[in-house]
Design a protein around this ligand. Sequence first.
Ligand code: XIL
Length: 318
Amino acid sequence: NDLLHTLAVKAGKKYFGTATDNGELNNKDYTKILNNKKQFGQLTPSNGQKWMYIEPEQNVFNFTNGEVVGNLAKKNHQILRCHTLVWHSQLPEWVEFGNWTKETLSAVVVNHITKVLTQWKGKCYAWDVINEAFNDDGTFRETVFYNVIGEDYFALAFKTAAKIDPSTKLYINDYNLEARSDKTRAVQKLVRSLKKQKVKIDGVGAQAHLIVGSTPSREAQIQNLQDFVATGVEVAQTELDIRLALPANATNLAQQSIDYENTVAACVAVKGCVGTTIWDFYDPYSWVPSVFAGEGAATLYFEDFTKHPAYWGVVKAL
Ligand code: XIL
C-alpha cells in the first residue's frame, strides 16, 4: 500500500493532505488523484478563503471559491483545514491602506472573522487564524494589524474565532518554524502568553516551505515540534513543499526524497503532530516557480503525473 493518507492514519496521524485551488479542479488527471481520500485525507484551499477573495469590499462577502473546495472535501469525505483569517498578504487595498484607528480596524477584524467563521461553522477541522505574524528575528511583523492595533490583535482574533466556532481548532501559522530559532521561540512565547490570558489557541502550523539540501535534520525537526507541543498545543505541517534549483536531476531529486522523508518522519515521531499537508501535489500547480526564480519541482508529482522519488521518501516516513 502506497496511499499517503491511509499510511498516515496507520502511523497514528489524523491525516495526510494537500492544498488545492479552484482553477485546478477541471483537470481530470489531477482531480482523480485529489479526490482519492486514501491518498489525500485532508484539503486546504490555497486561496479561496483569503481576505481579498472573501471580503473584497468592506462588508461585501463572497464565499464562492472557498465553498467549492470545502464542498469538494465534504463530498470526498476529506478533512478541511481552513486558511486564513488575519494575514498581511493578499489583503484587499481597503484594509491595507485604510485610514484606521485601533477601534475601527478592530471592528473590521471582528466583523471579518465573525462572518467567515459563521459561514464555515462546524466544517473546518482547524483555522489558520493568524498567518505569518513574525519576522525571522522573532520580532512582530509590522503589518497594518500590528501597526494600528498593536499586540492586542492576536488575542482579539483568537477570542473572536473561539466565540463564533468553538468546535474548530485555532492555529497560528508561519514559515521558518521547522527548526529552533528566534522565530520559533517568539511563537512559543506568544502561545504561552495567550494561554496565560485564557485565550483559546489550539495549534501551531509550521508551513514547511523548505529547500532541497538545507532542510533541517530529522532530529532538529523532532526537537522543534516537541518544543511547540510543550507549550500545550498541537502542531501540524501545513504547507509542505521542498524546492530545488532547476533543472531537476537524479542528484537533487535523491536529496529531495531524503528531505521529504525526514520532514514527514519528524511529524510521525511527535505525538502532538497531527498531520502533514503538502502545498499542492503537482509541479505545474505549485506556487514555487512564480515566487522563487529558478526554483521548482517542489511537489511529489511531475508534469506528466509520474511520481518524484520523494513520493517514496514520504511513503518510507509513514
Ligand atoms: C500562495 C498560493 O499558493 C498562491 O497561489 C498565491 O498566489 C500566493 O499564496 N504561505 C501561505 C500561503 O500561507 O497562503 C501561500 O499560498 C504560500 C505561502
